[in-house]
Design a binder for this molecule. Sequence first.
Ligand SMILES: [Cu+2]
Length: 263
Amino acid sequence: MKKIFSLLFIAAALCTYTSCKTKDTPKPAVESLTKKQIGTARTADSYTVTLYADSNLLFSGYNRVYVTVQDPAGAATNTATVSISPVMTMTSMTHSAPFEQVVYAEAEKSYAGAVIFNMPSTADGSWAINVTVNGRSVSIPVSVTSFPTKIMSSGVGTDNNTYIVSLVRPLVWKVGMNDIELTIHKKVSMMDFPGVDHLSLEMTPEMPSMGHGSPNNISPVSVGNGHYKGKVNYTMTGDWRLHLKLSDGNTVLLADAYIDILF
Ligand SMILES: [Cu+2]
């Protein structure tokens, strides 16, 4: 009997993760806004470093991350010098990912930043977030899951640079006008992915299953730090593909860096 209950519990937990409502098109009902602890570590000089995210899963693409620091006496501190750096160790190489350095955010009571994981964890590739507190580093291993839809697009531009376009999440979509925020980063090396400002984006939503688009969209514009903000109009729920044309002045860099939405 006990076993049946625990199986039911697991089934229910899986349902909330994948959403069992539609069998053939599983919805990515994975967005939540309850901070969950991802990992913790202690520095050589006994500071406790704890890493949080917006849910208990980190996904490929854009993730906000939060770091809290406790001094050796166990008191939370906001005066430490804290930085993060994501690293993936693969069998043949090590690489980083685009990320936004943490800064202390009073509203979050933590050092807040973001990591745009450019691939999920694999059998021969594991992610860690290195956190440095007052010059001493710890490595917190993290597991990165593929997001249910393609919310990150990377491609080699006509200028031979690799660009990574990501949807800023978590967010909850609704029918009608929605705010949309994207990031664009450039791959300078395996370890260096700076944000790119002042590109032009032309966003064209399409509903692939029904072959229509939507009117009155506002293509995201550069707002600094590699972020772009606009508005997208979903005239109905379902599968949406946001076609994104990236240009630098009159030069088209990527003709169609699309991302896929399902809600
Ligand atoms: Cu990798």
